[in-house]
Ligand binder design. Structure first.
Ligand SMILES: Nc1c(C(=O)O)ncn1[C@@H]1O[C@H](COP(=O)(O)O)[C@@H](O)[C@H]1O
Length: 157
């Protein structure tokens, strides 16, 4: 299973890093592309057309007026998971741009920033876990560890 990460700018790099790091934790293959629906629409189209035949899903990261995830979804039938980048508007601008897609062009919208990027990778792991036993075991292990951490906190109180 392969994930394409497409981000609106190199300045989103700390959010891109979080998605990459989590995908790596789950041994999920990925490739990163930087391209903007606003600034380089033709280039985004070229990238998505290539991605469509080589990847299984897309993480689209964008801040401000985040057209990119929706624009990517309009050229693809792969599942697109959008991650809003935080801004002077706390990322609400991007969150609403990504969430409020018109009917017929779905984009799964995660929360804002690094946590959203982490969850985007986890969401993809969940989507494909039933088709990949190794991935499924890693996911179950991750969930078990989360619970163990919470129990440990209480034991130490
Ligand atoms: N939202 C978009 C799009 C797009 O949607 O096409 N292109 C760039 N951006 C976002 O603009 C912010 C500032 O970008 P710059 O730092 O390059 O000015 C970034 O968060 C990027 O994702």
């Amino acid at each position: 299973m392969k994930v394409a990460i497409i981000s609106g700018s190199k300045s989103d790099e700390n959010i891109i890093y979080e998605a990459k790091k989590t995908l790596e934790e789950f041994d999920i293959e990925y490739k990163v592309y930087i391209a903007s629906a606003h600034r380089s629409p033709e280039y985004v189209k070229e990238i998505v057309q290539k991605v469509n035949s080589e990847f299984d899903c897309i993480i689209a990261i964008a801040g401000l007026s985040a057209a990119l995830p929706g624009f990517v979804a309009s050229y693809s039938i792969l599942p697109v998971v959008g991650v809003p980048v935080d801004s002077e508007m706390f990322g609400l601008d991007a969150l609403l741009s990504i969430t409020q897609m018109p009917k017929g062009v779905p984009v799964a919208s995660m929360g804002i920033g690094k946590k959203g990027a982490h969850n985007a990778a986890l969401f993809i792991a969940r989507m494909f876990a039933n088709q990949d036993e190794t991935l499924k075991q890693k996911l179950l292990e991750y969930i078990k560890k989360e619970e163990e951490n919470i129990r440990k906190i209480n034991e130490e109180l």
